[in-house]
Design a protein around this ligand. Structure first.
Ligand SMILES: Cc1cc2nc3c(=O)[nH]c(=O)nc-3n(C[C@H](O)[C@H](O)[C@H](O)COP(=O)(O)OP(=O)(O)OC[C@H]3O[C@@H](n4cnc5c(N)ncnc54)[C@H](O)[C@@H]3O)c2cc1C
Length: 292
């Protein structure tokens, strides 16, 4: 996203403000490719000003009660409705205490003006490689719920994001919520990013670790290094082994920095990103599981 746009105005469009999910779905059915959903508008309005998208119909879903859910059910997990903002997640007690990677990701995003408007679902639907919402969601194994007039389906966030600005969504569909599974009490998770000198992350990382339960589980998800967030599967295996934790963390960080495909772009070279992967991995894992 560039802020050097020659345009300061929005292109012409018809604004719709449905009050029910059904009305929104009927509008999508009618206008299809010519319509765009507006949640917080942080991304969409900027994209429209840049003329990257010029929908003839904008469907504002903020006042739809069915999309305003933010619920935790013990044993089932967290349901995050499509209009829930970063700020609402940041101030939710269960998110703060139990879903630490998600909490840290929303808390570290931009400033309070952006966080008060930006929704997590909008963040995922943008599918911009450097955004902070997807890595923690993928680390928890979260799914998006998608509706059209005639069906409901659920897709893992990891599959929903297909590439830069490319998602598994038809024009007649809307994402209604994100479902984040329950996490065991002993599990730990966290998020870290490096964005010094940039509004956007050069590398971000979400980790989920469940090492003391019956079934050990480790997930390391890196964003901003490739067209979509990726797991470092070989590094995860290292952390599942027995041994001195400090040594395992160092080996896992090295492996992660070697095993992943990493891009070079105007923000950072491939080499610098590989260095950041190593440093951020050691930093986050040491915070989560210590060196002993
Ligand atoms: C200055 C600035 C700083 C930023 N810093 C950060 C940062 O540090 N970290 C970070 O992660 N992000 C950052 N962002 C990105 C921002 O978080 C996202 O743009 C925002 O989360 C998008 O959410 P939204 O509700 O505003 O979506 P919108 O702008 O309303 O929509 C974005 C896209 O998603 C689609 N969409 C939205 N909701 C739905 C739905 N329910 N179903 C289907 N499609 C939908 C829209 O049609 C549109 O294409 C920044 C943005 C700006 C402008």
């Amino acid at each position: 996203m560039s802020f050097g746009s020659p345009y300061f105005t929005l292109p012409d469009f018809t604004y719709h403000k449905p009050r029910t999910l059904r009305d929104a779905l009927e509008l999508l059915e009618k206008y299809g490719d010519d319509a765009k959903i507006l949640a917080g508008g942080v991304g969409l309005i900027a994209f429209m000003k840049e003329r990257l998208v010029s929908p003839s119909h904008v469907i504002d879903v903020k006042e739809i009660p069915e999309l305003k859910r933010l619920e935790y059910r013990k044993g089932e997990g967290l349901i995050i409705g499509a209009t829930i903002t970063f700020s609402e997640l940041e101030s939710h007690q269960v998110v703060r205490e139990k879903y630490r990677a998600l909490y840290q990701a929303v808390k570290l995003a931009s400033d309070s003006i952006i966080r008060n408007r930006a929704t997590l679902v909008g963040n995922v639907c943008e599918a911009i490689p450097w955004v902070d919402g997807p890595p923690p969601l993928i680390a928890y194994g979260a799914e998006v719920e998608i509706r059209s007039l005639d069906r409901v389906r659920r897709v893992p966030v990891a599959d929903f994001i297909k590439g830069p600005v490319e998602i598994d969504l038809e024009p007649r569909e809307i994402v209604t919520s994100i479902h984040v599974p329950e996490v065991p009490d002993e599990a730990k998770s966290g998020f870290v990013k490096f964005n010094i000198g940039s509004e956007f992350a050069l590398v971000n990382l979400a980790a989920y670790l469940s090492l003391n339960g019956k079934k050990k589980d480790v997930r390391l998800v890196y964003g901003a290094i490739s067209p979509k967030p990726v797991r470092a599967l070989e590094a995860e295996k290292i952390l599942l082994a027995e041994g001195d934790m400090r040594t395992l963390i160092t080996s896992a960080a090295l492996k992660a920095s070697e095993e992943l495909e990493v891009i070079s772009d105007v923000l950072a070279s491939e080499d610098f990103r590989r260095h950041l992967i190593k440093v951020l991995t050691v930093k986050l894992l040491t915070e989560l599981i210590g060196g002993g």
